[in-house]
Design a protein around this ligand. Sequence first.
Ligand code: S3P
Ligand code: PEP
Length: 435
Amino acid sequence: MVEVKTIQFDKPVVKGTIQVPGDKSISHRAIMLGSIASGKTTVTGFLEGEDCLRTIDIFKKLGVSIEQNGTDVLIESPGIQDWTTPVGELYAGNSGTTARLLLGILSGSSVNSVLTGDDSLSKRPMKRVTIPLQSMGASISGNDEGDYLPLSIKGESLKGIDYQMQVASAQVKSAILFAGLNAHGLTVVKEFAISRDHTERMFKQFGANIQQDGNVVSLQGGQVLKGTDVVVPGDISSAAFFMVAAAMVEGSTVEFVNVGLNPTRTGIIMVLEKMGAQVEVLERYGEKEEPYGTIRVSNSHLKGISIEGDIIPTLIDELPIIALLATQAEGITIIKDAEELRVKETDRIAAVTNELNKLGAQIEATDDGMIIKGPTPLKGAKLKSYGDHRLGMMAAIAALITEGPVEIENPSCIAISYPNFFEQLSDLIKKGEDE
Ligand SMILES: O=C(O)C1=C[C@@H](OP(=O)(O)O)[C@@H](O)[C@H](O)C1
Ligand SMILES: C=C(OP(=O)(O)O)C(=O)O
C-alpha cells in the first residue's frame, strides 16, 4: 500500500529561528576520510539521514570502528591499507554520493568488494566515474560496461591522472581525488564550472597537501592522512526549503543559525536576492575550513529571473524548490544548463513539471531545465514524491500556499536527507501563529 500524508494549513505564516540538520555532503566525507585516515576522528553535527547512515554501514563492513550516537560520531580506523575484505555486498541505498565516492576509494584500496544500491540508484549512471577511474588502472566490472550498479571492484595499485571533467559534478571530481590520494604520481582535475569543494577542504583538514587554483585541483598520490575532529555545519540544501517558504509566504521571516555558507553551495542565496526576497547574512564564521553563519530570509514581492551557466552546480539540488518559488514570482523564470537534473534520484525536470502543474502551475519542461510562468495561484492535489526526498519536501512546502490540501505519496523518503523536516515545519508554523 502506498503511504500518503495529507497536509493542509489555514493561512499559515512561517516565523522563528531554526538550526537545520548537518550537511549531507560534508557528513559523508567526514565518515569517508575518518575511515581512510589512521587513528581517531570525531564528527559533530553529523546528519542522521538515511544516505549518511548507509555510508557508516559500509565502512563498518570494511573493518573500521564507528560509533554513532545521534549527531556525534567516533571513528577509529587502522587506515585504508589495513581494511578487511567485507563479508557480503556494500549497499549504498539511495545515495549517489556514497556510491560514486566509494568507487574512487575502493579502487585504490587493498580489498575486493561489490557495491549495490536501491532501484533508483541502480538506474543512475556510473560510467562518469568508472571511465576516469579505469584509466587510472582501476578494476571495476558490471553490466552495461560498468555503467550501473551492482559493480565489482578489485582494489589495485593506481596511477595519477590529468583529467578534464566532462560533467559539472562534485561526485566525479571527488571520486577521482579519492583515487588520486592512493595513486602513484600526480592527479589533476580540471572543471569547466566549479562544483562543491568539500572534498578539497576536508583533505586539508586531514593533513593532505592539495592545491586549488581556479578550476584546477591537484594532489600528489601516496599521502597518508591522520584522524582529526570535524564539525559539520547545517545543510544549506535543507535550509533552502524553509528559505523558499519564508520568501514566498506573506508575512514570513525565518532565521537560520549555523548554516553552511560555502560559496560553492550558496547559489540559492543569490537566486533569492535576485528574485527580490529579503536576505541578510547576519554572521559568518569558519572561513578557513567550512564557512557557516546565520542568515535571515523574509517575504517580499518576487520577480522571475534567468538561472543558467556557472551558478547551476552551486544550487543543483535546490532547483525543485526554486521552481516552486518561481511559480509565485511575477514574470518568467528560465532555468537552463541543468540537464544533470535528469539523472538524480528521479528525473527532476519531468517530476517537478508534472507535479507542480497538477497544482495549477504553468511550467514547461525543456531538455536542460524549465520555463516557469508566474505568479499562479496553486490548488491542492495528490502529488507523487517518486521516492525522491527533494520532491517530497517540495510538495510539503507547496501546501503552505495551496488552496486546499496537498497529499504526498511516499513522504518517508524525506528522511534520506532531512529526518526532522516535518517537526521543523510545524515549529515554524506554530511560531507564526503565536506572533
Ligand atoms: O558531491 C556531493 O556531495 C554531491 C554532489 C551533487 O551531485 P553531482 O556531483 O552528481 O552533481 C549533488 O547533487 C549531490 O546531492 C551531492
Ligand atoms: C542528488 C542528491 O544526492 P545523491 O546524488 O547523493 O543521491 C540530492 O541529495 O539531492
